[in-house]
Design a protein around this ligand. Structure first.
Ligand code: NAI
Length: 332
């Protein structure tokens, strides 16, 4: 058996963590043979609830769990970690846009960036889930200068999964048949879901989704707005923000970072922009990436429909605005 890796989940007493910890602990993310020590961070008032989560982890009797450390101290939580799921923050309430959350949440990611810088392994893989995820990831990396910027990623995988599910439902096929749906930009209502490079497997052959759906008006219209507004629709129905699906997406994202992407397949994640596809540089922008040896690479040379180009510009502008606001908040 391999020696245990150290994995931190922040917001460990919250609703996303409640689904996520189980996936991690049973081997879905880092592999069925990879033991791990779980470091669970939340804030002091949540320590009682967290104690209950710890009891349940023990009661799951999962053989890969080599230790569980609940704590409210970032210095303990981030000590020598190999992988970090930064979930902890204030969730969006009904009627709130992610921007409203920015000032409240960005400071958490400054503090956690500093703690990662001081205590984590230098090759730690950091996934930011807490919103506004892209900008939080940017701030976190800024305050962790000793860790490579490429090690910080933000989650748009839930949007990608939503996109695959919508296309699969439209075509009446299993979701596993739909590949390479892209999410560009911010994990917000300005995100750009794009099926221009997506395929669906029909009779063992990969067919472009556009040819299979045969309805560009839907693919460039209602499909996009459905994905953009899906988070708000779940909140309206559940009165709470997406949790089971967010946890699944966080597991998928880290799984692919750790294990790599399948040949011919790419996934979307927020990464520090190098200006590819005309996106502004130095913001965390969601791009299609492939992953090998735990390193991601932006997929180059994909064609983007002219109708989507202004949308890509708008989501990039929103991220520049968020960055300016976040930097101003962090100065105080
Ligand atoms: P929740 O409110 O159930 O749990 C959040 C937990 O974080 C709470 O236990 C809270 O005490 C804890 N927390 C707050 N400040 C903290 C800090 N400084 N350090 C450690 N823990 C802290 O919220 P939920 O539903 O689990 O959502 C968490 C975040 O994930 C929210 O920001 C939400 O908007 C975001 N989210 C992101 C998605 C994405 O696709 N990127 C999708 C769905 C949610």
């Amino acid at each position: 058996m391999a020696s245990p890796i150290r994995v931190v989940v922040t917001g460990a007493a919250g609703q996303i963590a409640y689904s996520l910890i189980y996936q991690i602990a049973k081997g879905d993310v880092f592999g069925a043979d990879q033991p791990l020590v779980l470091l669970l961070l939340d804030i002091p008032p949540m320590m009682g609830v967290l104690e209950g989560v710890v009891m349940e982890i023990h009661d799951c009797a999962l053989p890969l769990v080599a230790g569980v450390v609940p704590t409210d101290d970032p210095a303990v939580a981030f000590k020598d970690v190999d992988a970090a799921f930064l979930v902890g923050s204030m969730p969006r309430k009904q009627g709130m846009e992610r921007k409203d959350l920015l000032s409240a949440n960005v400071k958490i990611f400054k503090v956690q960036g500093e703690a990662l810088d001081k205590h984590a392994k230098k090759n730690v893989k950091v996934l930011v889930v807490g919103n506004p995820a892209n900008t939080n990831a940017l701030i976190c990396s800024k305050y962790a200068p000793s860790i490579p910027r490429g090690n910080f990623t933000a989650m748009t995988r839930l949007d990608q999964n939503r996109g695959r599910a919508q296309v699969a439902a439209r075509l009446g096929v299993a979701v596993g048949k739909v590949r390479n749906v892209i999410i560009w930009g911010n994990h917000s209502a300005t995100q750009v879901p794009d099926v221009g490079s997506a395929t669906v497997e029909v009779g063992g052959k990969a067919v472009p989704v556009r040819d299979a759906v045969k309805d560009d008006a839907w693919l460039l219209g209602e499909f996009i707005t459905t994905i953009q507004k899906r988070g708000a629709a779940v909140i309206a129905a559940r009165k709470m923000s997406s949790a089971m699906s967010a946890a699944k997406a966080a597991g998928d994202h880290m799984h692919d970072l750790w294990q790599g992407t399948a040949p011919g397949e790419f996934v979307s994640m927020g990464v520090v922009s190098d200006g590819s596809y005309g996106a502004p540089k130095d913001i965390v922008f969601s791009f299609p990436v492939t992953i090998q040896n735990k390193e991601w690479k932006i997929v180059q040379g994909l064609s983007v429909d002219d109708k989507l180009k202004p949308l890509l510009e708008a989501t990039g502008s929103e991220l520049l605005e968020e960055k300016a606001e976040a930097l101003a908040v962090c100065k105080h």
